[in-house]
Design a protein around this ligand. Sequence first.
Ligand code: GA4
Length: 331
Amino acid sequence: MVVIASPNSIKTEQILPIDLPTVDLAAERSMVIKLIVKACEDYGFFNIINHGVPHDTITKMEKAGFDFFAKPLAQKKQDAPINPFGGYGCKNIGFNGDMGEVEYLLLSATPSSIAHFKNISNDPSNFISTVSAYREAVRELACEILELMAEGLGVPDTLVFSRFIRDLDSDSLLRFNHYPPILNKDCKDKDNSPSHNHSKVGFGEHSDPQILTILRSNDVGGLQISLQDGVWNPVTPDPSAFCVNVGDLLQVMTNGRFVSVRHRAVTNSHKCRMSVAYFGAPPLDACIVAPSVMVTPQRPSLFKPFTWDEYKKITYSLKLGERRIDLFRNC
Ligand code: GA4
């Protein structure tokens, strides 16, 4: 048992380390497809290696994030004010009072909106080209994975999921999360020294609302997934891999075969953790429904159809940890 101190409460939870499935994208295609489908059914998460995103694209993106977060707080707020295209936030998550030990930079991932953030860097054109190159490479990776998934699920139109995030009006996002080290002075070990085993919640328990998330983090752990209520499974960081997870929309479009698993990030007591997440989303007017092959007499339709706009509005009207997908279940 481990104690997790969230800003408002102290909870005792079970921590059970696991090894996430690793998919080697360079391996034999039918094997890759099988592993991805199995991982999405059993864990909702997997690591992908030999993903083809150039190392240089990743390191430049990481540097852009660290350079931004190294600025004084007032400067960050001034350089990336919150607006419809995203912005800088510190500790406040969403609009309904959720808090965490995190600062972040949220960017709408369309080429025109990335340009709105040119003041973020002293070298605006470099910032724009770094973020654009990363966005394109990661979006391509997401599309490739979604097409392999569709094939593995036996969906005849294998572009059925990827088409949404390739769309010019796709509502995809990029998010840098920076978790400063926090030594929790309130928690003491047996010898009365500050405990190293007590973490604070950086980004609380939630599922991702979009289709697919592609996450890259530095070599500092913090991501935990919950495959069972009250049990948290820490994920070992691998900076050479991307951690891929199923979002709510993909759970709906696979009629529940793939699971959008709840996860959170906890702080490290000594080291900074920085992650960059790409949230692949459809255009706002996209209708979210499972392809007919996913609905059978043995597996009747689990969810009502809805648009991403409807789902997104509900998402933002609720707290981080709400199980919003349940509102769209067929009775
Ligand atoms: C979780 C996934 C993404 O980070 C995010 C988050 C968003 C936000 O931080 O603004 C939300 C959260 C996320 C889900 C519930 C709502 C919206 C905070 C929040 C309380 C950008 C997203 O799309 O949904």
